[in-house]
Design a protein around this ligand. Structure first.
Ligand SMILES: [Zn+2]
Length: 98
């Protein structure tokens, strides 16, 4: 990848600081940095969602209540169908994590 500021080749770098997270990107000797756009977008979406209280309605399939994860949350966390997650009950809240 070429730097748009100085025209030199940029070096791929892992773990660049972006909004208190670390993502991959490219660095140039002139000081210019490009972040991986897909990873950057995920971080921005995740930061936005962290500030929201997302309301969802419980569904039911046979005897099980179904908790639907909105598409935006799926995208931000990179979760997909079939992924195993863990439920923890905390007073009247459920914490879902990996
Ligand atoms: Zn440069």
């Amino acid at each position: 990848m070429k730097c748009h500021r100085c025209g030199k080749g940029m070096k791929f770098a892992k773990g660049l600081k972006f909004n208190q997270s670390k993502i991959d990107g490219w660095r140039c000797g002139c000081g210019e940095t490009y972040f991986d756009p897909g990873q950057a977008q995920k971080i921005l979406l995740l930061n936005k969602l962290k500030k929201e209280a997302i309301k969802i309605r419980l569904g039911r399939i046979r005897s099980n209540l179904i908790l639907r994860v909105p598409k935006a949350v799926e995208d931000a966390l990179g979760w997909e169908k079939g992924k195993e997650v863990t439920l923890r009950i905390k007073e009247k809240e459920i914490i879902v994590g990996i």
